[in-house]
Design a protein around this ligand. Structure first.
Ligand SMILES: C[S@@+](CC[C@H](N)C(=O)[O-])C[C@H]1O[C@@H](n2cnc3c(N)ncnc32)[C@H](O)[C@@H]1O
Length: 202
């Protein structure tokens, strides 16, 4: 599996590696405001298993596990640095045994069919080489009635850095179309820090 992972790039936030990647993870890990609003929107079921793609340093995973003592999480990230940081975060929370975090990429989730109640991705989907394939794989992993949530930095965020990182409307058009093709109905949500699309697995 690790031989198939994408290589780190010069941007340490893309696939964090080495000392700069560790620093990028530390920077990302300091702010969980986007993840708090994403969690509110996701509104996970009690005892849900949530799968996060590209979890980075693990802020959303931490919130998911802290919110419900019976929740479980699983997920993939291609960065060994991020997998290590996220695992440490969940260990500090005392919740490591409720987490199955693996090295991996969107589109090749190493989890069985109908494994999760929710699949979520925050500030990562624009980095995936094949969004359509990634969404089809997310649907495979979702139980019927489970939800997918794709969030990315909002163009209307109060934070300048997030506005700078916002995707053009054409990307949202493509993302919405890809979601619709796999899941059917799609809803778009303008949150404070992120724009998000949600859909339900038939
Ligand atoms: C900007 S960080 C966001 C991390 C985290 N979701 C957050 O909100 O703080 C992007 C993350 O996506 C991961 N990533 C990059 N390419 C990916 C891919 N093809 N599949 C899954 N994750 C990927 C990176 O390793 C990195 O952890």
């Amino acid at each position: 599996m690790t031989d198939d992972l994408p290589r780190a790039t010069l941007n340490p936030f893309r696939i964090p590696s080495g000392p700069l990647g560790r620093l990028a993870g530390w920077v990302m890990g300091r702010d969980d405001s986007p993840h708090r609003e994403v969690l509110d929107l996701l509104a996970p079921k009690v005892e849900a298993r949530s799968c996060e793609i590209g979890f980075g340093p693990g802020q959303l995973l931490q919130l998911l596990l802290a919110r419900d003592a019976d929740a479980q999480v699983c997920g993939v990230d291609p960065s060994p640095v991020m997998v290590a940081q996220a695992r440490r975060r969940l260990q500090r929370l005392g919740a490591a045994e409720r987490a199955d975090l693996r090295l991996g990429v969107a589109g090749a989730l190493p989890f069985p069919d109908r494994h999760a109640d929710h699949v979520v991705a925050v500030n990562t989907a624009a980095m995936w080489p094949d969004l359509q394939a990634a969404l089809a794989d997310a649907r495979r992993v979702l139980r019927p009635g489970g939800t997918v949530l794709i969030a990315w930095h909002s163009a209307h965020s109060p934070r300048r850095i997030q506005r700078t990182l916002a995707q053009p409307e054409t990307w949202w058009d493509e993302t919405t179309a890809a979601l619709r093709q796999v899941f059917g109905k799609v809803e778009r949500h303008e949150l404070t820090y992120t724009t998000a699309c949600t859909a339900t697995a038939p």
